[in-house]
Ligand binder design. Sequence first.
Ligand code: NDP
Length: 448
Amino acid sequence: MSIQNEYLNGLMERVVQRNPAEPEFHQAVREVLTSLSPVVEAQPAYITEGVMDCLVEPERMIKFRVPWEDEQGKVHVNRGFRVQFNSAIGPYKGGLRFHPSVYEGIIKFLGFEQIFKNSLTGLPIGGGKGGSDFDPKGRSDLEIMRFCQSFMTELFKYIGPDTDVPAGDIGVGGREIGYLFGQYKRLRNEFTGVLTGKGLTYGGSLARTEATGYGLCYFTDNMLRDAGKGFEGATVVISGSGNVAIYACEKAAQFGAKVVAMSDSGGYIYDKNGIDLPLVKQLKEVERKRISSYVDTHPQAEYHPGCAGIWSIPCQIALPCATQNELNLDAAKTLIANGCFAVAEGANMPCTPDAVDALQAAGVLFAPAKAANAGGVATSALEMSQNSMRFYWSFEEVDEHLKSIMSDLYRNASNAAAQYGMAGDLVAGANIAGFLKVADSMLAYGVV
Ligand code: NDP
């Protein structure tokens, strides 16, 4: 797919020139602009009033030094980032990623996606994202704590419960949020809902841990049922074995599917009897081990080094839940040849653009990340509400909210696609539905 509208085409060229060597950011912007051609043609004010130009430029990009000392007394210096991309409909909201691959282009792609995702949830949250090129793998709890404290010592100047509310992402889970929140509270001398994904003893929401994975399955369930299909009896392959993957696996199994494979950055496991999720949780959440350890206690399962091979396992439903661009055209072709009928993105932008085109062209139901993994940030917004009220809902109440948010989100994306003549194209539908609320708010503000 290419960008049909001439102005948007030129805008895309300017984005590439002004943000050189940031291919992930270009990829994310190109996908959105491709979907928006019919929208700007129906409402040219989005172009003439400067909304489109503003949309692709972050309101603020913060970049800082993060020095910290390891257990041997050696000083390390990492880079910290926070992009405050768009606050048209609420305070910036989006996770923090700690991974060696992090640089400005990754943070900007994630922050840009977050604008539309957050809008789609129907909740009042703007788009932001942050992180560091710090690699938490193999670091002790003490080193993680020192790093998080140093990171927050700079970040705290720019965030606040009504300004910018970070959360977790790759490499940032409950442990890291605890250290970050503790440092923020100490520096500011106030107890506010400045981060989400907090522990339950200090302001966290029940069901936040499960929310992205559960939400992914709720969204997929809506999409499947609309097409006369379901999870029941289906074979599912899930990449990753982190927060999103684990809870997607749990909910898919509750819906009656059999999950047969999971992975980490080292390789993947295939268990034809169905993944033993309590064991994966123990290995990943408690012992912080590699997924390869799974076969130590399950000799009937297979471990294969390398990630890409996971998509060669025959399945009806594929849920990529690890990282960006992990499912390419070859993988898409293999999935299609093996009879896969649905792909739903749990990770952000896990499918390459040519993979998405191939899947859609083959009639595979395709749920884009922006919509399908929005359950995490939606529940983060519910955590913010509970923090403001100083009152907490039960797990069931939060889960019910999540279910209805994901089903509304599916309807909105599906209706928007149909309204602009692209029925069934949830990529376009999600981009359009997410865009309209943000763009109309920007129009209302004038040039700011
Ligand atoms: P975690 O850190 O909990 O887990 C990430 C998983 O992906 C791990 O199994 C990790 O393996 C694997 N992985 C990471 N990088 C790579 C890579 N380069 N190649 C192969 N595998 C890799 O992160 P989350 O589960 O939170 O996040 C996963 C995805 O979901 C990300 O794209 C994130 O942006 C997205 N997401 C997360 C949300 C959340 O609420 N957590 C909300 C919405 C989206 P290893 O342990 O070996 O590194």
